[in-house]
Structures are given as C-alpha cells and as structure tokens.
Write a new protein. Structure first.
Length: 98
C-alpha cells in the first residue's frame, strides 16, 4: 500500500515530503531504498512471536486462563518521507528513531 500511495502521489505531481508526508507500517528492507526513504511504524516482531509462543505453550500444558489483551510498544522510525525542511536532509540517509 505504501508503494501504491507513493506512486499515486508522484502521478498527482506532488512532492514528498514538501507537499505530503508519508508514513508506512512495518520496517520492510526496501523502505530505505526508496527516495525519499520511507518513515515507518515498526512493530516488535520478535516479542510478538515470543509472547504468542509462551501463551500457546502454557495452554498446551493445560493451564487455563481467560483471553487477554497484550499491548507491545511500536516504534516510529523517522526518515525523509515525513520530515520537512532542514530535518529532511538529516534524516535522508539515516534512521532517526522517533
């Protein structure tokens, strides 16, 4: 979806981030290959898997517990697709945790 949005923005003659900022979800390896590099919200995939496996193993071993909601922290990785002005040059070639 991010690539489609970037394409549509370009076809509309708009500039990223001068006219419109773009933020994607998940830190795919290609996000830094785009020009400008894509700002993303990244999820803690390792912790998601670890938490799911722990809960599953507890359930398989016979432990009973009610459904629960577990919230893990996402992180903003600011890159040039969402940073205007002089900060844009700073973020262009590096990941800047937000």
């Amino acid at each position: 979806m991010s690539i489609g949005a970037l394409r549509a923005i370009g076809e509309a003659g708009l500039s990223i981030p001068a006219d419109i900022a773009v933020v994607g979800f998940d830190n795919a390896s290609w996000a830094t290959a785009l020009r400008p590099p894509l700002t993303v919200v990244t999820q803690p995939t390792y912790e998601i898997g670890q938490t799911a496996a722990d809960l599953l193993l507890r359930r398989v071993s016979g432990e009973k517990f009610p459904p629960r909601r577990i919230v893990l922290k996402a992180q903003l990785v600011a890159r040039a697709s969402s940073v205007r002005g002089t900060d844009c040059r700073m973020a262009r070639d590096a990941d800047v945790p937000g």
